[in-house]
Design a protein around this ligand. Structure first.
Ligand code: G3H
Length: 216
């Protein structure tokens, strides 16, 4: 398979106020990242770096406003169909998957970590102790999102075109961890920074990794 490109959404209003979850839009900083990511996709993903020719690529986002907004400057170029030559055209294919949505924090959705610690101290402690298995009241655990990601991973592995996923921290920790061969219990503490594209290129037994920072 081709390379996978993983990116978190640009900074959202909730990120700015340190709240988790919700469905807020991007801040000005987030919008700047959306522009940078659009340019990166146009130059590095939608163009074959060896031949300089445009190529078909795929784009996935979650169903939440912040990933869709982050992807909105990504061009959807038309390129010649690889098998039939110049007459038929295909488009960069944008799919929206609810199964890529961020870990749902249930009753804690929209709170800051400070508020959670004050209101639900026991839960806060239990989550620190076992972040992978801890399930928010009426919400999800990392283990829960792993099962909704399973079918997507199978699809990713079948693709022959490069794929860019604009997603969320918890979901990308699991996808990234899967492809680089981390134990699943260790995934909740992996670092997936904002303003960064992680490029993974599958090799026989593992993945080559490159991190491209798009911050100014
Ligand atoms: O709640 C959503 C966060 O992106 C997940 O981060 O597992 O470190 O709390 P956390």
């Amino acid at each position: 398979p081709h390379s996978f490109y993983l990116s978190r959404h640009g900074q959202s209003e909730y990120n700015r106020y340190l709240k988790i979850g919700g469905d807020s839009g991007l801040t000005e900083l987030g919008e700047q990242y959306a522009l940078d990511l659009g340019k990166f996709a146009e130059e590095k993903i939608c163009v074959d770096q060896e031949t300089g020719q445009p190529r078909a690529a795929r784009l996935w986002t979650s169903s939440l406003v912040r990933t869709v907004q982050t992807a909105r400057h990504i061009p959807h170029p038309t390129v010649a169909h690889p098998e039939t030559g110049t007459r038929e055209w295909i488009q960069m294919d944008h799919r929206i998957y609810r199964s890529l949505d961020e870990l749902y924090a249930g009753v804690c959705d929209g709170m800051t970590y400070e508020e959670i610690e004050q209101l639900y101290p026991e839960d806060f402690k239990r989550r620190q102790e076992d972040k992978f298995n801890y399930r928010y009241p009426r919400g999800e655990s990392y283990l829960d999102i792993l099962s909704r990601l399973d079918p997507l991973v199978m699809e990713m592995e079948s693709y022959r075109e490069p794929l860019l996923i604009v997603g969320h921290q918890a979901v990308l920790r699991l996808l990234y961890g899967y492809f680089i061969g981390k134990k699943r219990e260790d995934c909740p503490r992996l670092s997936i920074p904002l303003n960064t594209v992680i490029k993974l290129t599958p090799r026989t037994y593992d993945c080559e990794e490159e991190r491209i920072s798009l911050s100014h």
